[in-house]
Ligand binder design. Sequence first.
Ligand code: FMN
Length: 313
Amino acid sequence: MQNRITELFGIKYPIIQAGMVWASGWRLASAVSNAGGLGLIGAGSMYPEVLREHIHKCKATTDKPFGVNVPMLYPDLDKIMEIIIELGVKIVFTSAGNPKTWTAYLKENGITVVHVVSSVKFALKAQEAGVDAIVAEGFEAGGHNGRDETTTLTLIPSVKEKISIPLIAAGGIATGRSMLAVMVLGADGVQVGSRFVASDEASSHMLFKQKVVEAGEGDTQLTLKELAPVRLIKNKFYHDIQRAYENGASVEQLNALLGRSRAKRGMFEGDMEEGELEIGQVSAIIHDIQPASQIISEMIQEFEEAKAGITAL
Ligand SMILES: Cc1cc2nc3c(=O)[nH]c(=O)nc-3n(C[C@H](O)[C@H](O)[C@H](O)COP(=O)(O)O)c2cc1C
């Protein structure tokens, strides 16, 4: 399975475990890397010193490549980048911000840089900023998302048409079959989020993991476009947002409703009513909480079987 993505990162399989707030700490990242994928520590929910600890633990538990995801909408970015460089992390995935801000600096420090985008326009900007690869994330994805509602099925061939650097597909990919599908469309690898939330090693609260495996069709929705669009499970907090919209809430009122620490409250502390629960549409076909290594091996086996099936078509 060697291709541009496995070569870029020095990994066995072109499967990247997404960096995810309140889900992807050192335990998940090292388990995925040990299983032949690329594990990412999600720095978005970590104070700089917490990130330092996670990088140390990841290094102690895997000798395989791993990386850090840095969403650029959170504070302390200078400190976060300083720690990443100081501790010799070799791969950084940036998201939710301008790729020009950090790419050159990180690359000068010998780091492979990948940026997450939701449109062709932003993919071109990221390529121009000098990133080594792009994650193109479709509308189905869990967590923060683009405003244009471009689905993965449309986004991947559209981005492929315009960029030449390696392309990683994200959004709605949880099985080997969907991995094969996006690779047929032009992706060199996949970034998988929701399925790894439902893993033994994810740091998410057990009640949230259970909610993910119980979720069915139509149980998630993209909302809060006026703030930062995010796909959530429809729980009480989601319905409170809907009521606020119906009452003509202003951006300030939506911000006040969101408040602080909603995501932590839901995904990490397990408040299934009042917390913010970020997950993708694909949760509808995630039925089990499994070890990360089993998720990787099942995906690869299914990918190979589906590929063999295609040649028989
Ligand atoms: C719980 C959760 C938290 C997320 N947090 C982040 C994050 O901190 N940074 C980021 O770039 N993307 C984040 N995402 C998006 C993922 O990185 C990934 O692109 C997305 O989950 C892929 O779609 P899928 O959920 O359909 O697999 C998050 C997604 C989920 C489900």
